[in-house]
Design a protein around this ligand. Structure first.
Ligand SMILES: Nc1ncnc2c1ncn2[C@@H]1O[C@H](COP(=O)(O)OP(=O)(O)OP(=O)(O)O)[C@@H](O)[C@H]1O
Ligand SMILES: [Mg+2]
Length: 356
């Protein structure tokens, strides 16, 4: 590594950056600053990481992401537990909101982890997604605004939701309840002149029950977080089969648009193998950005925060910001249709232990 620290991009040596940069486009200005950074010695992993973080910070901080043509409703699902669904939901949501977009998180998991991470009140008795699904409450009556991140809202989950799977069984149009509630909420926002939502992210429980089915019916896109560990692909074919079933019977536009590799540890061969295998099966859907295993990401919820506000300069926050940018740019008006068949939901078959 050369003499100058590369992790303090705020202190980029100004002499190297032309004074005329004010006339440049934002992209050109960022590129010039990145070019002016000293090159790190890539043989030292820590230095290389710091240099990569510095570049990302310059490239991403304060950047506005493009607005989609219409509200994108994305269900974050994987029936495998603890793979990073909630962490991905809240951090992508926070990153999109910080980049100027209006984002609603629907906490559709009785554990209420997304509500906790966003510091949204979800004590028993708080108006919540349970009231929406089971008692026909309007979403606008349960949605709370984040105190920390403007443009971010959350429909909380309380412990009541744990009974909803059973209560929904006997209800009319039980699979459509969340979809209807979202449609009514979007219409309500429009009729009251409230700014349009750009993203709705729905955090699901680790199961494929009626709560997850409601989320699949309500969404157009599915985001699957995959933890880069052994057994990562196990259960995935079941998940894809369910998406396909919902697509055939209940929601023809549903498709897996995004796969996020989470808790990636570049030092292990296993993580690299899992990532390579996922990319082989889902070359279009898998985000280029991987989310590293990071202590800062895992400790943020205990402060009622996402890592995006808890430690915005950390590798974990920068990775979620880069992932959010990829998602936003893929869905922007005029984005190239890289692989229409894949994005239309024709899932490749993947090997699975269930099929063996
Ligand atoms: N990139 C990461 N680095 C370190 N820890 C992480 C990372 N992502 C998630 N975690 C931690 O792993 C655990 C599981 O993550 P998370 O709650 O997001 O998974 P989940 O899929 O929502 O779980 P569940 O299936 O129970 O809903 C949490 O303790 C979280 O803080
Ligand atoms: Mg969760």
């Amino acid at each position: 590594m050369t003499g100058e620290p590369v992790d303090q991009q705020d202190h980029v040596p100004q002499s190297r950056v032309s004074r005329e940069t004010t006339d440049w486009s934002d992209d050109e200005r960022r590129a010039a600053i990145i070019d002016s950074l000293p090159t790190a010695d890539e043989s030292t992993p820590l230095a290389a990481q710091l240099a990569a973080d510095a570049r990302r910070r310059i490239d991403l901080h304060g950047r506005q992401f493009p607005r989609p043509a219409t509200t994108r409703v994305v269900t974050v699902a994987n029936q495998k537990g603890g793979v990073g669904k909630t962490t991905t939901t809240v951090n992508i949501a926070a990153a999109l909101a910080q980049a100027g977009l209006n984002v609603l998180v629907i906490d559709n998991d009785p554990q209420g982890n997304a509500s906790t991470a966003l510091s949204i009140d979800h004590r028993a008795g708080t108006p919540s997604i349970y009231d929406v699904l089971v008692d026909d409450a309007a979403l606008q009556d349960v949605v709370q605004q984040s105190a920390r991140i403007p443009r971010l809202w959350c429909a909380p989950a309380t412990i009541d939701l744990s009974g909803a799977e059973i209560e929904l069984v006997s209800m009319v149009a039980r699979e459509n309840r969340l979809r209807n509630a979202i449609a009514a909420y979007l219409a309500h926002r429009e009729s009251t002149g409230t700014d349009r939502l750009d993203y709705i992210l729905i955090d699901c429980p680790p199961s494929l029950g009626l709560l997850t089915v409601n989320a699949f019916v309500a969404a157009r896109e599915v985001l699957i977080p995959i933890q880069c560990e052994y057994y990562a692909l196990e259960g995935l074919s079941q998940l894809l089969k369910n998406v396909q079933l919902i697509k055939s019977h209940l929601n023809p536009v549903l498709h897996v648009s995004t796969i996020a590799l989470t808790m990636y540890d570049a030092r292990t061969n296993l993580a690299q193998q899992v990532a390579a295998e996922v990319r082989e099966h889902f070359p279009v859907q898998t985000l280029r950005t991987t989310i590293p295993r990071s202590v800062r990401i895992s400790e943020a919820p205990s402060y009622g925060q996402t890592v995006m506000t808890y430690d915005p300069g950390s590798t974990g926050a920068l990775s979620y910001l880069a992932a959010a940018r990829e998602i936003a740019e893929r869905g922007a008006p005029g984005a190239p249709a890289t692989n229409a068949a894949a994005l239309a939901g024709e899932h490749p078959r993947i090997p699975s232990t269930e099929e063996n």
